[in-house]
Design a protein around this ligand. Structure first.
Ligand SMILES: *Cc1c(COP(=O)(O)O)cnc(C)c1O
Length: 401
């Protein structure tokens, strides 16, 4: 289908309307650029919510996938395969942990984290069976399963999907006192995003994450860090928690782990935590498949070089410097974020985030709005400084119009 309007009409007729995409129909992409069905080019400043940290069509990742496609793609976990041990060993090493449990999507990894924490609570911490509590933050985004939306505070995500899974306690993000009051002897875990992406790239107050670490350690509670979007280079470090010198009990990873090629997620923790699982107690047909492992192994090797983190840090400083110059000029009320990741609050008089996104699309830049008046900027980490500046120029012209 080569016509934009036809393609959109047809998609609207035959797909559930659980998304409201910008009216662009992508046909191909390379690096930080996408080309639509009519040959127009767009700078990708969203990068699949960090699933595309290494850009579209990354040569190393495509080569790794292609080589594995020719060998073996799926075995199920009924058998061992020859990429599995390397994947687990390398990912554990990247995280400084001992064990990996692979899944596919982010939501499945979060579900795995929840199940691990509950099982750990009953079998290691001795919480009475069925009474485990997990403390989460308001405005979180951890995925879309029935259990995960049970502890969402977003009405669109949650309403009319009940009955809800019990066992979660919601506290304001960034409030250590509230967290401390919410933790009881039946609390098995605190589950947090080190930076809340979907909420608008909210960075918690300095010292908060260290405070969470100290509190969870003192009270014998697991700290589960959802680094699905914040992790793997986005903020200028491998993990966003590194900025605070904090090591959680468990990393929850997804998005960029699959290199934008295949869905790959995992939880990573030490043996005293992930050791709670025995055969048959949890799993996934596709989790840890050979193709996923081959691509993720290349992702891990790329991250081991530090080169992408460095790029994100340097280009991120530039991005935030330029964006901060816009604050107070009438169009931008606030800018948040870290590395190549920014939430930009637009003054409502200039239009909604959606309207700004549509205007940017008209100028060849793709971003995504969130919560009405915020736009999210998260280009692939491989973007050139020149292209980043080109995108920022277009943002400035939309905002000054
Ligand atoms: C995207 C995301 C998820 C869910 O990942 P899916 O692959 O869409 O299921 C969970 N947590 C965070 C922080 C995310 O950004």
């Amino acid at each position: 289908m080569s016509n934009t309007a036809d393609a959109i009409r047809s998609a609207d007729a035959h797909s559930a309307h659980n998304y409201h995409p910008l009216p662009v129909v992508v046909a191909s992409a390379q690096g930080a650029w996408m080309t639509d069905v009519e040959g127009r080019r767009y700078l990708d400043m969203l990068a699949g919510y960090s699933a595309l940290n290494f850009g579209h069509g990354n040569r190393r990742l495509i080569d790794a996938a292609r080589a594995q496609l020719e060998r073996v793609t799926l075995t199920s976990r009924a058998f061992h395969h020859d990429r599995f041990a390397d994947f687990c060993t390398e990912l554990a090493a990247l995280c400084g942990k001992e064990m990996v449990l692979p899944m596919n999507t982010g939501a499945e990894a979060v579900e795995t984290a929840v199940k691990t924490a509950r099982k750990w609570g009953y079998e290691v911490k001795d919480v009475p069976d069925g009474h485990a509590k997990i403390v989460v933050a308001a405005d979180n985004f951890h995925g879309r399963t029935t259990t995960i939306v049970s502890f969402s505070t977003d009405h669109d995500a949650r309403d009319h999907f009940g009955p809800y899974t019990p066992g979660f306690e919601i506290v304001p993000y960034g409030d250590l006192t509230a967290l401390s009051h919410a933790v009881t002897e039946n609390t098995v875990a605190v589950l947090l995003e080190p930076i809340q992406g979907e909420a608008g790239v909210l960075v918690p107050p300095a010292g908060y994450l260290q405070g969470v670490r100290d509190l969870t350690r003192e009270r014998n509670v697991l700290f589960l860090a959802d680094e699905i979007q914040s992790g793997l280079g986005r903020t200028g470090r491998t993990f966003a928690l590194e900025h605070e010198g904090v090591v959680p009990d468990m990393y929850i990873l997804g998005k960029a782990l699959g290199g934008g090629v295949v869905p790959v997620s995992a939880v990573v923790a030490d043996r005293d935590v992930l050791g709670v699982f025995r055969p048959g107690e949890h799993g996934s047909t596709f989790g840890g498949n050979p193709l996923a492992c081959a691509v993720a192994l290349e992702v891990i090797a790329m991250l081991r070089s530090g080169e992408y983190q460095q790029r994100a840090a340097e280009l991120g400083d530039h991005l935030h410097h330029e964006l901060n110059l816009l604050v107070g000029g009438g169009a931008v009320t606030a800018v948040r974020g870290r590395g190549l990741w920014a939430g930009v609050d637009i003054d409502p008089s200039r239009g909604t985030g959606r309207e700004i996104s549509e205007k940017l699309m008209g100028l060849g830049v793709l971003v995504k709005d969130t919560h009405g008046s915020t736009i999210r900027i998260a280009p692939p980490l491989v973007i050139s400084k020149e292209d980043l500046d080109w995108g920022l120029d277009r943002l400035r012209s939309v905002l000054s119009a």
